[in-house]
Design a protein around this ligand. Structure first.
Ligand SMILES: [Zn+2]
Length: 249
């Protein structure tokens, strides 16, 4: 165990007020590819940049192409992914009453699949899909298995089933964002993992932390590194697997 991980272990042992903020890197370690970094490859197939395809106007105007992309590039890898040691350790921390809140940028519900219950999803979840007219629910698998854009099949409804996820150009849900800020503001130990904190407003949450135990676990450098009290440059699950959940004294 390195000195940095020992410090983190020590901070964890001494508080029952941990807030953990998980970024895409945590999902990536479960084998989910970063579709934003496969740009060249998409462009040949879909003729639009990913920021255009995964935007609200595109969803509204070109639903068939949106869902074709969404099924193949977003849903397919999520539906076969399993939780990793990070997801599991967070469940242990919650059960030991040490984790006050888990804030996540991820839309795959791997945290919930592992057993996390206290969670704020900044960008929504692909698992929740509803008709905006009649609330008819479809699972992610239902959507994946359809070969066309999923219109609502209740009577004559015909509404477009809408995934509850953040699309480019959307504002973050203000209630969830404010809640996340509240937990950042009142955390004793704030651990941010698997994100370089380069995107706003998701990164702004970190600015609200007022304590002196901000831990960043990420392989890459980021613009908020200077605010960290401890930086660990390693895969998140490698770090989390080494930590032991001990009762708070
Ligand atoms: Zn409907």
């Amino acid at each position: 165990m390195t000195q940095a991980i020992e410090t983190l272990q020590n901070w964890m042992d001494n508080t029952g007020n941990i807030v953990f903020y998980s970024g895409f890197g945590v999902s990536h370690e479960s084998g989910i590819p970063d579709y934003r970094r496969m740009e060249a490859n998409h462009f040949d197939t879909y003729k639009y940049p990913v920021e255009t395809i995964l935007s609200r106007p595109f969803f509204e105007r070109k639903a068939e192409l949106f869902f074709q992309y969404y099924r193949n590039r977003v849903l397919a890898p999520l539906l076969t992914a399993d939780p990793n040691p990070t997801h599991q350790k967070l469940v242990e921390l919650e059960k030991a009453d040490k984790l006050r809140m888990l804030i996540t940028q991820n839309i795959d519900e791997l945290h919930q699949e592992a057993g996390s219950r206290k969670i704020l999803e900044l960008y929504g979840s692909v698992m929740r899909n509803n008709c905006p007219r009649c609330e008819r629910f479809l699972s992610a698998l239902d959507i994946y298995e359809r070969s066309t854009a999923p219109t609502c099949d209740v009577d004559m409804c015909g509404g477009m089933i809408t995934p509850d996820i953040f699309l480019y150009g959307d504002a973050l849900n203000p209630d969830i964002l404010n809640n996340a800020i509240y937990y950042a503001l009142t955390a004793n130990l704030f651990i941010v993992a698997g994100t370089s904190l380069a995107e706003y407003p998701a990164a702004s949450i970190v600015h609200h932390y007022t304590g002196n135990k901000l831990v960043l676990i990420n392989e890459e450098e980021g613009p908020l590194d200077h605010r960290a009290n401890l930086i660990i440059r390693a895969p998140v699950s490698e770090v989390m697997a080494q930590l032991t959940v001990n009762p708070t004294p």
